[in-house]
Design a protein around this ligand. Structure first.
Ligand code: NAG
Length: 375
């Protein structure tokens, strides 16, 4: 009895310390937990689920970039028709940036140091690209994908970009870890000026040969579909014969050629306008950009084999220049071809819209021959 009483009497004071103690623990738990949950948000940004969701934005109508524009000379309505067809066939939104005739540029507006031998068509081409760079700066977007109007791509292009996004979110070619801002909104990060996705001739910096990200991609072209110079580039980036037709590589841009397709960030638009307008222009836009990459004044990554390629019909229609001596206009769109891509969006579009209307009626009505009975 007396022991019981002592126990009961001890619980009294014990409860007096236990209750505030428990309350304090609860408060500490709540405080710690609520501050933890903001950490958790940031931890979420590097979770596999978040990365996968960010990469899925590659499937939207601007391939995960802010917008897509394409440059086309106002008179090339044939190419604009094709671009409208392609856009609708692939669920893309493509905005026209009008091409510029070099002879329409005021001599005062020509950048300093333009070589005398530069052709008006090259000057006009540069101006149209500069207009696209400005378009991004004057918008509130972070990135812009720029096409020329003879672009072609593999029909599985959205998957190519989803995979590219996953690779770029964890890439070895980055110098810094992605910021929370990049992880939230930028499927391809924002640590570059130019993302070269349509180079027709690539080469890496010999001093940094090992700096590349290589991955399996079922949509890369076979060796036969790849040009000699792109094959050389792939070897140069560390791929072997066994990798050709299986792998893609991302590396710091060094040697690049063609402006068929490339993306820019706002920082990139500024550096391009600075180095290729404000400070001068030394060559055609693609050659000059390549020079600036090699000089280290512009930061880019290049994808090889490229995701985009030039569609060629073999004749004067392949160029907007008026001074070329070809007599043949071209072999026709269905005879055209594009190197360095597996399959062609343009061919896919033709196949996809193929119709044999009367054959469908025949099948539906059970009529046997084209000289069908009346029904
Ligand atoms: C596509 O995704 C990118 C990245 O999130 C975004 O900036 C862009 O606005 C999206 N495009 C459209 C048409 O929603």
């Amino acid at each position: 009895m007396s022991t019981l009483r002592t126990i009961v009497s001890r619980i009294g004071p014990l409860r007096a310390t236990l209750v505030p103690g428990l309350l304090l623990t609860l408060i500490i738990f709540l405080v710690v937990h609520s501050s933890r949950s903001t950490d958790d948000d940031n931890a979420d940004l590097s979770s596999a689920a978040h990365k996968a969701a960010l990469a899925k934005r590659a499937h939207n109508s601007s391939l995960g970039f802010g917008e897509i524009v394409y440059i086309s000379m106002p008179e090339r309505t044939d190419r604009q028709d094709a671009m409208s067809l392609l856009a609708d066939s692939f669920g893309l939104e493509l905005k026209l940036v009008p091409g510029v005739r070099g002879t329409d540029i005021s001599p005062k507006a020509i950048p300093d140091e333009v070589p005398e031998k530069m052709r008006p068509s090259e000057l006009g081409c540069w101006r149209a690209h500069a207009d696209a760079w400005r378009y991004l700066l004057e918008s509130d977007m972070e990135t812009l994908l720029i096409f020329e109007d003879d672009v072609d791509w593999n029909p599985n292009v959205k998957q190519t970009f989803e995979t590219l996004s996953l690779q770029m979110q964890d890439s070895k070619v980055r110098l810094t870890h992605p910021s929370d801002h990049e992880r939230k909104i930028a499927p391809y990060g924002l640590d570059w000026d130019v993302l070269y996705v349509g180079s027709c001739k690539d080469g890496g910096n010999p001093d940094f040969k090992g700096v590349s990200q290589i991955w399996d991609d079922p949509d890369v072209p076979s060796a036969q579909q790849t040009s000699k110079s792109t094959l050389e580039a792939l070897y140069n980036f560390g791929l072997t014969d066994a990798d050709i037709g299986k792998k893609r590589v991302l590396a710091p841009a060094y040697w690049t050629l063609c402006t068929t397709a490339y993306a820019i960030t706002r920082q990139g638009a500024k550096r391009l306008l600075l180095t290729m307008s404000y400070l001068g222009l030394h060559a055609a836009v693609d050659n000059d950009m390549s020079r600036i990459f090699r000089d280290g004044k512009l930061k880019g990554y290049t994808l090889s084999p490229p995701a985009f390629s030039q569609f060629r019909v073999g004749g004067t229609k392949d160029s907007d220049r008026v001074d070329i001596g070809q007599t043949r206009e071209g072999k026709g769109n269905t005879q055209g071809r594009s190197y360095n891509i597996k399959g062609s969006a343009r061919q896919w579009m033709v196949d996809n819209l193929k119709l044999d209307n009367w054959e469908e009626y025949r099948r539906a009505t059970g009529a046997k021959s084209p000289a069908a009975e009346t029904w």
